[in-house]
Design a protein around this ligand. Structure first.
Ligand SMILES: Nc1ncnc2c1ncn2[C@@H]1O[C@H](COP(=O)(O)OP(=O)(O)OP(=O)(O)O)[C@@H](O)[C@H]1O
Ligand SMILES: [Mg+2]
Length: 335
């Protein structure tokens, strides 16, 4: 069995708001193996980016990890100092951000931004770093790389900027690549090219990938394993075939029902009536019960924990759910 490269355990992330601390991520656990691609799916606001930013040590200023562990290379990243995590970020673990324009610095050239991680993390001198940067741009399919090195982000197209982001993320050959909606802002043709590119690079470097996406079409294409999140929790986890062929959680079933069949244009997920609760909404029992067509009295009152069904895990009373062994919900509600 492939070696485990990351283990997230009971991660809880809170934000300080006018109403006090509110939990955006409520005790998620998962692991990632070498060379594996895990897709994280779920509606807008369910906590995908916040989970990824926690791993990177890049939570917004009003966010905090209230509980949990993130194990990488024998270290709990939650306990590391900023200078220690900086050595890992961009080197062992890197991230492609949702919006490349906010992640790329508008005042520095592409070349500078590519060379910087190489010089900091790999101690390469200016000439060697520049040579490697040109190589990286070639690898991600950018034409005339020498000329691009001297350009600024605004001089490139959206697809090209995304490729540059990928090149920066891959510069130090990370063990883990986190890609947050890497193709959402792009048109369908470029999307397909970027996904092919990620697959190619993954095979070449045996990188482990956490891919965050709304798009079940993307999941089908790249995932080995799928984590489904709802309102800050993981509600189902399994290998990609099981999730597509035998989804157990009513939410996963709803997500799959909302996948457009003919083409893969981005669509709002309208198949599940209702909307996800906001952070300050208090929900007893299963967090999905207000939208679940199968909810029973028990679902309204008691919070289910993750249960193994065959070879995947589900958080649902109707699927053999168990009482949460933690009383994290009541603790949180007391805050
Ligand atoms: N700085 C912040 N302060 C308060 N709440 C925040 C902050 N950042 C995010 N949140 C809230 O945390 C929750 C999770 O946000 P997150 O960005 O992880 O969602 P997401 O699943 O990535 O959504 P999307 O698919 O739209 O990118 C949301 O309810 C969001 O409003
Ligand atoms: Mg997000």
């Amino acid at each position: 069995m492939a070696e485990e490269v990351l283990r997230v355990k009971d991660l809880e992330v809170q934000f300080k708001t006018a109403e006090g601390y509110l939990s955006a991520v409520r005790g998620i656990s998962f692991n990632l193996k070498k060379g594996e691609t895990v897709c994280v799916v779920g509606e807008s606001g369910c906590g995908k980016s916040i989970s990824a930013l926690s791993i990177m040590g890049l939570l917004p200023a009003n966010g905090r990890i209230a509980n949990g562990e993130i194990w990488f290379d024998g270290k709990d990243l939650v306990k590391l100092r900023q200078d220690e995590i900086q050595k890992i970020r961009g080197n062992d673990i890197s991230m492609i951000f949702q919006e490349p324009m906010t992640a790329l610095n508008p005042v520095f050239t592409i070349g500078f931004q590519l060379c910087e991680p190489l010089r900091i993390h790999q101690n390469l001198n200016k000439t060697v770093a520049a040579k490697k940067a040109v190589e990286l741009l070639k690898q991600v399919g950018i034409s005339e790389p020498e000329r691009r090195m001297k350009q600024y982000p605004h001089e490139l197209s959206g697809g090209m900027r995304q490729r540059v982001m990928i090149a920066i993320a891959l510069a130090c050959e990370p063990k883990i690549l986190i890609a947050d909606e890497p193709t959402t802002a792009l048109d369908v043709t470029i999307q397909a090219q970027i996904l092919d590119l990620l697959n190619e690079l993954k095979q070449k470097f045996n990188t482990s990938v956490i891919m965050i996406t709304h798009d079940m079409g993307v999941v089908a294409e790249v995932a080995d394993r799928v984590i489904v999140m709802y309102a800050g929790e993981v509600v189902e986890e399994g290998d990609v075939e099981t999730i597509f062929n035998d989804p157990q959680h009513p939410y996963t079933q709803g997500l799959l029902a909302s996948v457009p069949n003919v083409d893969r244009e981005q669509e709002e997920l309208t198949a599940i009536p209702g909307s996800m609760p906001s952070l300050n909404e208090k929900i007893e029992g299963c967090r999905f019960h207000p939208r679940c067509p199968f909810a029973t009295e028990k679902c309204k009152l008691q919070h289910p924990s993750m249960t193994m069904i065959g070879n995947h895990k589900v958080r649902c009373w109707l699927k053999g759910g168990q009482v949460s062994d933690d009383n994290i919900n009541s603790q949180r509600d007391a805050l």
